[in-house]
Design a protein around this ligand. Structure first.
Ligand code: 15L
Length: 267
C-alpha cells in the first residue's frame, strides 16, 4: 500500500490514528468534513462531505486503499444517519470502484449486533441485530462491502469495533474495549493480508469478559495486546456512578438498546 485515504480524520478514533499510523505507509491522505484543529504541517488533508459523490471522488483519486471511519458515530436523527452513513458509505464504495481502489477497511460497529443479550457469545456468522438507526447503517455498510467485494473485487474488511479508548470506561466496555494499537493491527491486516477478500472481524482486544468469538481475526494473525481486565477496578468504579439501565444492561449494545425502547407498550 503506497497511498492511503483515511476518512473521519477529525473524530475521536481518527485523531488517535493520525498519531499511531504516522510513518506506517508512504503516503496517507486524511479527510473529514472540516480540517482537524490539531492537524500537523506534514499531514496531507482534504475536506469532503461524504454525502457529495463528486467530493468523495476527489479524495479517493489516486489511492490504493481506504480506511473508512467517516460518518456519524453515534445514534442520531434518521436524516443525519441517512446522509452521513448510508449515502456517505455508498458514495465511498462507489467512488472506490470507479477509481480502481484495491482495498477498503470499513469501520463497522458492535451496534450492528447490539441486541444480542450479554449472556450469548456470538461470532461473525450470526444475523445482524442492530440496536439503533446507527447500528442499521453499520449493517448496511457491511452488506455494501460484501456487494463491492463479490461483484467488483475490492478487498473489504469490516471491523465491528467495540469501544476505542485508553482504558475500558465501564462494565460493558470491559467486554468490548479495543486498545488503539490493536485497532491499528486490525487495520493493517485489512490493508495488507494477501488472502483478504471479504471479512468481518470484531474490533476488540484480548478481554477476558468478551462476548465475541474473534477467531476469524486470529486466523489472519491478529494478536491483540490489550486486556481490559487490567483496568477492572477503575471500570467498575466508573460503573457504580452510572444510573441503573435494566434494558441496556441486558444487551450487548447497552444504552443504544434502551434509548427509545418501548417494546411492551400496548399497540
Ligand atoms: C460506537 O460505535 C460509537 O462510535 C462509540 O462512540 C461508542 O459509543 C461505542 O460504539 C460503544 O459501543 O461504546
Amino acid at each position: 500500500m503506497e497511498k492511503l485515504l483515511v476518512t473521519g480524520a477529525a473524530g475521536g478514533v481518527g485523531t488517535r490514528l493520525r498519531k499511531l499510523m504516522k510513518g506506517l505507509y508512504p503516503s496517507i491522505r486524511w479527510s473529514d468534513l472540516r480540517k482537524p484543529g490539531d492537524l500537523a504541517g506534514d499531514e496531507d488533508f482534504m475536506a469532503a462531505d461524504l454525502a457529495d459523490l463528486a467530493a468523495v471522488e476527489k479524495i479517493v483519486a489516486g489511492v490504493e486503499g481506504i480506511v473508512h471511519l467517516g460518518g456519524y458515530s453515534v445514534e442520531g436523527p434518521w436524516d443525519t444517519i441517512l446522509q452521513a452513513n448510508i449515502v456517505g458509505t455508498y458514495n465511498l464504495f462507489e467512488a472506490a470502484r470507479r477509481a480502481g481502489v484495491k482495498r477498503v477497511v470499513f469501520a463497522s460497529s458492535n451496534h450492528a449486533v447490539g441486541f444480542y443479550p450479554r449472556d450469548k457469545r456470538i461470532g461473525i456468522n450470526v444475523p445482524v441485530r442492530p440496536d439503533s438507526r446507527y447500528g442499521v447503517s453499520k449493517a448496511f455498510g457491511e452488506a455494501l462491502g460484501a456487494l463491492y467485494a463479490e461483484k467488483h473485487g475490492i478487498r473489504v474488511t469490516c471491523l465491528r469495533i467495540g469501544n476505542v479508548g485508553d482504558a475500558p470506561a465501564d462494565r460493558r466496555r470491559l467486554a468490548i474495549w479495543l486498545k488503539p494499537e490493536d485497532l491499528v493491527a486490525l487495520i493493517r491486516i485489512g490493508l495488507e493480508h494477501p488472502h483478504i477478500r471479504y471479512e468481518i472481524f470484531y474490533g476488540v482486544s484480548d478481554n477476558a469478559d468478551s462476548w465475541w468469538d474473534n477467531s476469524n481475526a486470529r486466523r489472519y494473525g491478529y494478536q491483540p495486546q490489550g486486556k481490559a481486565g487490567d483496568s477492572l477496578h477503575q471500570a467498575m468504579a466508573a460503573q457504580a456512578a452510572l444510573p441503573p439501565d435494566p434494558i441496556g444492561d441486558r444487551y450487548q449494545g447497552g444504552p443504544f438498546c434502551s434509548d427509545e425502547y418501548d417494546t411492551g407498550k400496548a399497540r
